[in-house]
Design a protein. Structure first.
Length: 158
């Protein structure tokens, strides 16, 4: 969100655009929010039939995650007021927050992903600087506080 409020996010053009088949509702949701998607670095256009062509993505998003991320974005944006046809500032803000949350989840380090000690330190430092560091953008906890009593109980010491 910090990067988005400062302006456009860094985008990377794809050498070979990706074609995705989406439902009519998903295509409509992406079309309605095309301007907001461009602001976050996603360039998508209709390609005929049920297909859309993805030609650029945010630099922070792993290209291997792009198809799943675009599908999740389409589902998240479905039902929100459109970004073009008279949407208010609040509607754009809600769409932007949904897009940022979905992209953050798809760009996040996943379970069993090998990390160096330096990368672990960097992630923890960034987490400390984040405004909502105890939950992910969708509200799930990323940090838990356990009391000594809870730990002892789990190890059957009490």
């Amino acid at each position: 969100m910090e990067r988005l409020t400062a302006g456009r996010m860094e985008s990377q053009r794809l050498l070979a655009p990706i074609l995705l088949e989406l439902s009519p509702a998903q295509r409509d949701a992406l079309r309605q929010h095309a301007g907001t998607l461009e602001r976050v670095g996603i360039e998508i256009e209709e390609f005929g039939g049920d297909s859309v062509r993805l030609s650029a993505l945010p630099a922070l998003l792993d290209p291997g995650e792009c198809e799943a991320a675009v599908r999740a974005l389409a589902d998240d944006l479905e039902g929100l007021a459109g970004g073009a046809g008279g949407a208010g500032v609040a509607d754009v803000d809600v769409a932007l927050r949904k897009i940022a949350a979905t992209m953050a989840c798809h760009a996040a380090v996943k379970a069993n992903y090998p990390l160096t000690l330096d990368k672990m330190r960097y992630i923890l430092e960034e987490l400390r600087r984040t405004a909502y560091s105890s939950v992910c953008p969708h509200g799930r906890p990323v940090v838990l506080r356990l009391t000594r009593r809870e730990i002892e109980k789990n190890f059957q010491r009490i």
